[in-house]
Design a protein around this ligand. Structure first.
Ligand code: ADP
Ligand code: MG
Length: 259
């Protein structure tokens, strides 16, 4: 079998089909139950802010959506395709589901443009000129035109994180996952990265963002998911979840972070 399993099966998908769906996802590390029976459906264009206390399972949830972790049981569907099935093409999943981390993970010995074009050239066999045109367009989108030849260490943390986002967009993902991407930044650099995420959301990108930025969650998210103890405890409109959550656990968490 050759070809991208997504493009063929996607055609059969109905418009209402969730972009991402988790069914009864459990994840254990040894005896430690990190995700318990998580069910979640994310629609195309949803921007989901994922919040909750440290150790609650937020990162593990995101990592199960791009198969950096494999659920112990349950299923994950992307555009209707069960990516937890044995036959899954991991590379196809990673292309559809981009992920950006707290640590930018740029290749330190490669220029900005080479960081962006490496995967297109090596994995997708794109000609250099085509890959570089695409990269330049994305660098412009994240406000970094002119930095093509810079090395990562010559850039601020905020600029490096914007390069990391642009690099992820090179694969033309259908979903973007962000795991505390502003947490390592100096406060004055947080805004420029959130601005890039805000613009991406405005283009209709489906996004899940683990964040401590409650203002961002409220403004940009159309949903807030609160995770504690490996469970989705709240899932709803940001105004409701952030202002008047139904659970005591969420109320306690929000009192701390909004204090
Ligand atoms: P959060 O992102 O909400 O802080 P995580 O998903 O990182 O939470 O972690 C949830 C729990 O899973 C924690 O108890 C953590 O120690 C554990 N955990 C996460 N990754 C691993 C791993 N690779 N091996 C063992 N335990 C892990
Ligand atoms: Mg985490």
């Amino acid at each position: 079998m050759t070809g991208d399993p997504f493009s063929t099966r996607q055609a059969a998908a109905s418009a209402e089909q969730p972009m991402i769906e988790l069914r009864n996802v459990r994840k254990l590390f040894g005896d430690n139950v990190v995700l318990r029976e998580v069910n979640l459906a994310v629609n195309r264009g949803d921007v989901v802010a994922v919040i909750g206390p440290s150790g609650g399972g937020k990162s593990t949830l995101l990592r199960c959506i791009n198969l950096m972790e494999h659920p112990t049981s349950g299923q994950v569907f992307i555009e209707g395709v069960d990516i937890t099935a044995k036959s899954t093409d991991l590379n196809a999943v990673r292309r559809k589901v981009g992920m950006v981390f707290q640590q930018y993970n740029l290749f330190p010995h490669l220029s900005v443009i080479d960081n962006l074009t490496l995967a297109s050239r090596k994995l997708l066999k794109k000609p250099r000129s085509e890959a570089e045109d695409h990269a330049e367009a994305l660098l412009a989108r994240v406000g970094l035109s002119g930095k093509e030849r810079s090395m990562p260490h010559e850039l601020s943390g905020g600029q490096q994180q914007r390069v990391a986002i642009a690099r992820s967009l090179m694969m033309e993902p259908h979903v973007m996952l962000f795991d505390e991407v502003t947490s390592a930044l100096d406060p004055e650099l947080v805004g420029e990265v959130l601005d890039v995420m805000r613009e991406l959301a405005a283009t209709g990108m489906t996004m899940l963002a683990v964040t401590h930025e409650m203002g961002f969650a409220r403004e940009v998210g159309n949903r807030v998911v609160f995770i504690d103890g490996g469970e989705i405890v709240e899932d709803g409109d940001p105004e409701v979840v952030l202002r008047d959550p139904s659970s005591e656990r969420a109320r306690r968490f929000l009192r701390k972070v909004l204090a």
